[in-house]
Design a protein around this ligand. Structure first.
Ligand SMILES: [Zn+2]
Length: 212
């Protein structure tokens, strides 16, 4: 588990050794350990929907709150968790390539009027060292008008940088400060992060955030 504080923003992400956060019991025990009573996690389905945390019945891949001390989070194994805040309200996004391409960052940013004072954080996630993509994926880039500069060729194979695309989207929309954890879920952190591409099909880490 790693814990950060940026002003009044708290961010926690779990590691493999904390257990599978998809498991409700394990998750509840973990929350208790770090002094939290509950957490709101959306019904994640790789959508581009960002909903207020009070509306939890429909699928969404991002949550918004303007309440203090209300932890919101997402479960990931290779996808990015992205936290965006103006330190008065807060958005947490689950962003794999589908969400990223279809505008989940832009939808998250709609909750903030003044974008120049925003701070964003990108969790451990699969990076261009390991995120190999196929021809099918490359065709999607055109479909969604995604710049091919995020595609890297190594030894006849293609890799894609989700984080660089996320960074560009955040900066283009005026976010002034982005902290990228810079840990690859597949090959980094001594293997202590769940990775779908490493065979962790049902296991997930949890990235959560709350304001004080
Ligand atoms: Zn890697």
């Amino acid at each position: 588990m790693k814990r950060y504080k940026f002003k009044n923003l708290n961010i926690v992400y779990t590691e493999k050794e904390d257990g599978n956060m998809k498991d409700k019991k394990i998750r509840e025990n973990f929350l208790k350990k770090i002094g939290l009573k509950y957490i709101y996690i959306p019904k994640q389905e790789h959508t581009n929907i960002v909903a207020p945390f009070v509306n939890m019945s429909a699928p969404a891949d991002g949550l918004y709150t303007d309440l203090k001390k209300v932890p919101i989070g997402v479960l990931t194994a290779d996808c990015m968790a992205i936290v965006i805040t103006d330190f008065k309200s807060l958005v947490v996004l689950h962003a794999g390539w589908r969400g990223l391409f279809s505008g989940i960052i832009e939808n998250g940013l709609k909750y903030f009027k003044e974008k120049s004072s925003l701070f964003a954080y990108i969790s451990p996630s699969i990076r261009d060292c390991c995120f190999e993509v196929d021809q099918n994926f490359i065709e999607r880039l055109e479909e969604y008008s995604i710049d091919k500069k995020f595609l890297i060729e190594k030894n006849g194979k293609y890799y894609f940088s989700l984080q660089d695309l996320a960074l560009e989207k955040l900066k283009r929309n005026g976010v002034s400060e982005v902290v990228d954890e810079n840990i690859c879920s597949k090959c980094g952190n001594n293997g202590n992060i769940f990775s779908y591409r490493n065979g962790d099909i049902d296991e997930r880490i949890l990235t959560l955030a709350y304001l004080e």
